[in-house]
Design a protein around this ligand. Structure first.
Ligand code: AVJ
Length: 318
């Protein structure tokens, strides 16, 4: 793997990605731009907020479910994690010892290397094979991965960032990469009362607002854009028809911003759509998985019905 693979997104590609979104009639910015160093730090703080129930609920579920998963898998098997910036969640599964190899997939190469170093201390017997790639792009696993059954893992409701056709496409790809002898454990946030959802994306301390606005800080720094931070506010909305939380940055006045040589005009009240976070009723997600070649074999939720873990198996027959 070349040393310069540590570059997550080249400066040019940040500017290109930003510009193509900002030139649309509904201005958008891609959600993956959130995760620069400060964005990762702010997201870490989000996961600890009282309003952000997702991470702690999923952890409790994983602690519960890991021994049951291990009993089903029996092992030896390979744990393949999609979008793995740390091993906190994988550790619930790795603790069961049915997994003899771990394949974390992520664009953040320094984080992958740190994970490998920590795991070498903790589980010296574990074969760790890093895949420095966008999880959306992975069509096959490296040949060095042992030919054992594959257990895919996609926690965090990251799948909620994709719109349903993209999510279906991703699940289809993963089905191909993981093969016929596989499982796929997917963390999916549940559709629920907006009175619970909205504060999770608009917390009292303003951490989510800072996370959203950090996109503009990043564009100013990395592309020389001139966003005036006082001119944009964070907004979270529940879109009931599409069953998703939307995050926007609202322009507080008529203004013009320069981005990569273009003058981008904002009317007062106009927004940049920065993220979707889809929420799925269990049967909705199961139907999507079916269309992608999987069958939802087990479903685990917490008692408050906040979060779900779907265990998928390859769909057999027609
Ligand atoms: C990391 C995509 C799961 O959608 O809940 C948190 C990102 N955005 N607060 C989510 C996020 C605002 C998060 N995911």
């Amino acid at each position: 793997m070349p040393d310069d693979s540590a570059v997550i997104l080249a400066a040019g590609s940040v500017a290109d990605a930003a510009l193509s979104g900002l030139l649309q009639p509904q201005k958008t910015l891609p959600a993956k731009l959130f995760y620069d160093q400060e964005g990762c730090r702010l997201f870490g703080r989000i996961t600890e907020l009282p309003e952000y129930y997702l991470t702690r609920t999923e952890h409790a579920l994983l602690a519960d479910v890991a021994p049951r998963v291990a009993a089903m898998v029996r092992g030896p098997a390979v744990l393949v994690e999609y979008g793995a910036s740390d091993e906190t969640k994988a550790e619930f599964l790795l603790g069961t010892s049915v997994f003899t190899a771990y394949v974390p997939i992520d664009v953040a190469v320094p984080q992958l290397e740190q994970m490998r170093a920590r795991l070498r201390q903790l589980r010296p017997d574990l074969l760790v094979s890093l895949v420095p790639a966008d999880f959306m792009d992975v069509v096959a696993l490296p040949t060095e991965v042992p030919s054992l059954p594959r257990f895919g893992f996609f926690p965090g409701s990251t799948i909620g960032n994709l719109d349903p056709p993209e999510a279906r496409h991703f699940l289809q790809r993963a089905r191909g990469a993981l093969g016929d002898q596989s499982w796929f454990l997917v963390g999916v946030d549940l559709r629920k009362d907006p009175a619970i959802l909205l504060p999770a994306y608009d917390d009292a301390q303003g951490v989510t607002a800072a996370f959203n606005r950090n996109l503009l800080v990043r564009l100013n720094r990395e592309t020389g854009a001139d966003f005036d931070l006082s001119g944009f506010a964070h907004r979270a909305e529940w879109n009931d028809e599409l069953s998703r939380i939307e995050m926007h940055l609202v322009s507080l006045r008529d203004q013009v911003v320069r981005v990569a040589g273009h003058a981008i005009r904002f009317a007062r009240g106009e927004t940049i759509h920065t993220e979707n976070s889809y929420k799925y009723a269990p049967e909705r997600f199961a139907a999507l998985a079916e269309q992608a070649g999987w069958h939802s074999a087990e479903l685990w939720t917490d008692v408050a019905q906040l979060f779900s873990l779907h265990l998928l198996e390859p769909r057999r027959g027609p």
